[in-house]
Design a protein around this ligand. Structure first.
Ligand SMILES: Cc1cc2nc3c(=O)[nH]c(=O)nc-3n(C[C@H](O)[C@H](O)[C@H](O)COP(=O)(O)OP(=O)(O)OC[C@H]3O[C@@H](n4cnc5c(N)ncnc54)[C@H](O)[C@@H]3O)c2cc1C
Length: 451
């Protein structure tokens, strides 16, 4: 089967130079040359680029606007013995590069799979006691099989409409359609009416059985970012350095809001598109790239972590999809040893924007309304709450990129094109788009393109 990664490369190459790769410097300079590369952003894409470039012998400087590495990998200790993820959560079984890096840095990956419970139309169905209709399950298996034989033209055609329309056209209806919308929208962060049918089908057809919700790094996913930072050398990573201007001549000058400026031979821009749009590019970005940056939306996701005095849900592998406001719950402290436990209420799209503005008291009432009819009174068990709304994150204004109708094969390759001395990286241009794995892949690809 042609995977998204391979297919994107093929179409890009065939597509009238859509993907104009910069000439590799490896041919010009020795791998141990002392060229200076500035990397903008210390998320997984920027860190992976810096790590690989350093291994190749380049001098690297990573400029990061925040006071920490990891970016959208944002592990947080809600109490000393309990760590939760406010950003990237699951490592997929198919995410081989991330797993390799964990091996290299002696990080342990733990099982983080769940068996999903359901609340639908006020009725509660424990895991294993609900399913799609037999008819739809059969059809969906068939759809996934058919994808293996899709031609490139079939894939391009799929990108012309949305995943909700695709499901309807394939005969998904009623309760099956309602539940697919609830579940699939958690993957994309917005209603599936906004998601390219190609992006969705490719993800489901190429993913592991649990749709890449398989593992997580023991102690928090940020451990990988920290290990990468150690390997790059902490002295090469500068916090509180927000890039505001990038000026290219025969070299590149990168200027930060704190007045510091850096001269580099090459630059890796590993920033989300919203952050890119705030930079003064001299000369200006090519028109098609500037337009692509304006066109791409990011999904609104809200994570509300609720710390309970005890794990009333009983089983460690608990998650729950609901047709109510809190949308999706999962046990965010699975197998972490403590009496307390955290459920994260994960909302998307409009619901996320509403959830973000709720006070703790009001949200507790939403919890009671949704959960108490099935799990008993809970308010006396709530110990604390914490909310992070990605839709208002000043760097991304969303959780991850959302490829809408007709954008996968047009907007994405343009965003990936290098511009003179600048190479781009980040989850938004990855084949594993929306994943930590994708961020790492693009960072390493940018490093390889440089040398
Ligand atoms: C809620 C949520 C859930 C997710 N769930 C999963 C999941 O389950 N599994 C999974 O694999 N992935 C998941 N992801 C996606 C994953 O976290 C991202 O794909 C990945 O971390 C993105 O890495 P990046 O390096 O491309 O970008 P980022 O991590 O955003 O890195 C960009 C960096 O640039 C910095 N920056 C921004 N502007 C400037 C500037 N002007 N100057 C200098 N620095 C700047 C930022 O502070 C940031 O550190 C999730 C993300 C979110 C938000």
């Amino acid at each position: 089967m042609t995977t998204r990664r391979k297919f994107l490369q093929q179409t890009a190459l065939a597509g009238a130079g859509l993907f104009v790769s910069a000439p590799s410097l490896a041919n010009i300079f020795s791998p141990n040359s002392n060229l200076h590369v500035v990397i903008m952003g210390a998320g997984l894409a920027g860190l992976s680029a810096a790590y690989k470039l350093k291994q190749k012998g380049f001098k690297v400087t990573v400029l990061e606007s925040q006071k920490r590495v990891g970016g959208r990998v944002f592990s947080h200790n809600i109490q000393p013995d309990l760590v939760i993820e406010l950003g990237g959560e699951w490592v997929g079984n198919s995410h081989t590069r991330l797993q390799e890096l964990c091996g290299e840095f002696n990080l342990e990956l733990e099982n983080n799979q769940f068996d999903t419970h359901l609340i639908y139309k006020d009725e509660y169905f424990p895991a294993g006691k609900w399913n799609y209709s037999e008819n739809w399950n059969k059809k969906f298996d068939q759809i996934i099989k058919e994808y293996e034989n899709f031609s490139d033209a079939d894939k391009l055609a799929l990108d012309q409409y949305d995943w909700w329309r695709f499901l309807i056209n394939k005969g998904c209806e009623g309760r099956d359609l309602d539940i697919r919308e609830l579940l699939d929208s958690t993957d994309f962060g917005e209603s599936i009416r906004h998601v390219s049918a190609f992006a969705a089908l490719a993800e489901y057809a190429e993913s592991s059985e649990k749709n890449e919700m398989d593992l997580k790094i023991k102690g928090g996913n940020k451990m990988l970012a920290e290990k990468l930072a150690d390997a790059i050398g902490r002295e090469n990573i500068l916090f509180d350095h927000k890039v505001s201007r990038v000026k290219q001549t025969d070299k590149v000058s990168v200027v930060c809001t704190n007045g510091k400026s850096f001269t580099a031979d090459k630059v890796v821009c590993a920033l989300p598109t919203f952050a890119m749009s705030k930079i003064d590019w001299q000369p200006g970005l090519p028109e098609n790239k500037a337009k692509a940056i304006q066109e791409l939306q990011y999904a609104r996701i809200n994570k509300r972590a609720i710390l309970f005095n005890e794990r009333f849900w009983k089983v460690e592998n608990f998650d729950l999809i609901t047709d109510e406001m809190p949308h999706y719950f999962y046990h965010a402290t699975k197998n972490q040893k403590a009496k307390e436990g955290v459920l994260i209420s994960y909302t998307i799209g409009e619901k996320a924007a509403v959830a973000a503005n709720r006070t703790h008291d009001r949200y507790q009432k939403e919890l009671e309304t949704t959960l108490s009819p099935h799990f008993g009174k809970l308010d006396h068990l709530v110990k604390d709450q914490l909310n992070y709304y990605w839709g208002a994150d000043e760097r991304t204004m969303g959780a991850y990129a959302l490829y809408g109708i007709g954008q996968w094969f047009t907007v994405k390759p343009i965003l990936a094109e290098p511009f003179e001395h600048i190479h781009f990286a980040g989850e938004h241009i990855a084949d594993w788009q929306g994943f930590m794995e994708g961020a790492i892949n693009t960072g390493e690809d940018a490093a390889d393109a440089i040398g």
